[in-house]
Design a protein around this ligand. Structure first.
Ligand code: MLT
Ligand code: ZN
Length: 457
């Protein structure tokens, strides 16, 4: 059987919820990564778990690839159908099934977005803080183990997903985990599925942790004479055990981009952006301690504010950085890097990454969730110029090798997707064979998101 026969088999049930027009397939052929687009054969929008089962049963029987699709905000090509197939867009599975405030949890369908959940939580005094920047779907965030600016305080999706319902490639449904905060029973299938990038099944329900909205929030910003001084201030802050809610690094190039894109007038220098959560007194104390630490690392212009509007402007500017980056070279493509290293190695890693960019012919910036030891590079290159493509790849590979040499990982949060497949064995060695055995056991026909981490060489 072929994709065409699967499409015909699904059409009576899905009607106009299965599309084969070029425009729709084109929309689902790309994401936010630099990777080339590739068209799916069709896109289908299930509304229930039973419909997901139906799609997977048909594709399993026919050996047709299935590409799970959340909000399309991947930075590494997770949703690009590199071997064509049927894209399963979960955006219509967007019901919030339960908010159990007394247990600090919510049960949601995979297409529910972070903003949607937080809007529903407004009256409860609770929040779902994981914030990758884009308004990603929770199913996509779980599949890619998303994190972002709040991970230093609240963890990543790994720490915030308690339980799942998953449709396996042959159409069976499993339930993993529970509503309890801890358990010592069984293999941890929840955390196998979280981060498996849609290569083992499709998530149809998530039970996620909620957190109390902090009583007080304040933000601080300060500039440093060098990248190393800024990063050493972060290292000391983290090693002192101060529970910062966010600490973001922007190098001087990123600050210039933010200023021009968001109309700000920040000093053009390596900069840290902090946020503190807690009681009013505790927030003040954290900010004062961090001010002392940063000043001992030659910070200037330390400004802190508990004004919500001022904070919103700063964080919006930070989240808009991806778009601001483009101003460095209009029309160019962005090659993003994303490594994470042990905190003690962070200053060396960022400084070497900056030196590499400066020694190259490509413009580039560095930003990062440095409280976790995680940072991103962005190199602007012309995708039609083979020398520039090769140079961007060289820079990215050097970055990844430095991360591994430092005991870190080639991706802190953007994942493997289609872009970093070649680095799986460099990072995980023979453990890749164990991962492939798991993949073969759950997906013997190899239909789930082919060309991604399940197919590492
Ligand atoms: C971020 O931190 O803003 C995102 O991971 C995207 C990016 O790398 O720009
Ligand atoms: Zn990020």
């Amino acid at each position: 059987m072929t994709a065409a026969s699967v499409i015909e088999a699904l059409r009576p049930r899905f009607g106009d919820r299965i599309a084969t027009s070029h425009a729709i397939r084109d929309q689902h052929s790309r994401d936010m990564s630099r990777l080339p687009p590739c068209l799916p054969d069709a896109v289908v929008w299930p509304e229930t778990e039973a419909e997901v089962q139906d799609i997977l049963r048909q594709c399993h029987a026919a050996g047709v690839p299935v590409i799970p699709y959340g909000a399309g905000s991947s930075m590494e090509g997770h949703t690009i159908p590199v071997r064509n197939g049927i894209t399963v867009n979960t955006s219509r599975m967007n019901r919030i099934r339960e908010i159990a405030a007394e247990d600090l949890l919510a049960v949601v369908e995979p297409g529910v977005t972070r903003l949607q959940l937080n809007t529903d939580l407004r009256a409860t005094g609770l929040t779902f803080p994981i914030d990758p920047g884009a308004d990603a779907s929770l199913g996509g965030m779980a599949s890619t183990r998303g994190s972002g600016t709040m991970a230093v305080r609240y963890g990543t999706m790994r720490e915030n997903v308690l339980a799942l319902r998953v449709v396996l490639p042959d159409g069976r449904v499993i339930r993993t985990g529970s509503r309890a905060r801890k358990s010592s029973t069984g293999y941890d299938l929840t955390h196998l599925i979280v981060g498996s990038e849609g290569t083992l099944g499709i998530i149809t329900e998530l039970t996620v942790r909620l957190h109390p909205v902090p009583e007080a929030v304040s933000a601080a910003i300060c500039a440093f004479p060098s990248v190393r001084a800024a990063v050493e201030a972060v290292i000391e802050t983290v090693q002192s055990g101060i529970p910062v809610a966010r600490v973001e690094f922007l190098d001087q190039v990123a600050i210039a981009n933010v200023n021009s894109h968001s109309g700000l007038t920040l000093p053009v220098a390596p900069t840290l952006l902090f946020e503190f959560h807690g009681s009013p007194a505790w927030v003040d104390e954290q900010a004062r301690t961090v001010q002392d630490i940063t000043e001992s690392h030659q910070a200037s212009a330390f400004r802190w504010s508990s004004e919500a509007d001022e904070r919103r402007v700063l964080w919006q500017a930070r989240h808009d950085l991806y778009w601001a980056t483009r101003a460095m070279r209009p029309g160019a493509a962005i090659y993003t890097g994303d490594i994470c290293v042990p905190i003690s190695r962070l200053a060396d890693a960022i400084e070497s990454a900056r030196d590499d960019i400066d020694a190259s012919s490509l413009p580039g910036q560095i930003i990062g969730h440095v409280g976790d030891g995680n940072f991103h590079t962005a190199y602007l290159f012309d995708p039609d110029n083979p020398e520039e493509v090769a140079e961007a790849e060289r820079l990215a590979h050097r970055l990844a090798e430095r991360a591994l040499a430092a005991g870190g990982t080639v991706s802190g949060e953007h994942g493997i997707g289609a872009g970093k497949l070649g680095l799986m064995r460099e990072e995980h060695g023979d453990a890749v064979d164990v991962m492939k055995a798991v993949k073969a056991a759950l997906d013997p026909r190899g239909i789930m998101n082919p060309g991604k981490m399940g197919d590492a060489g």
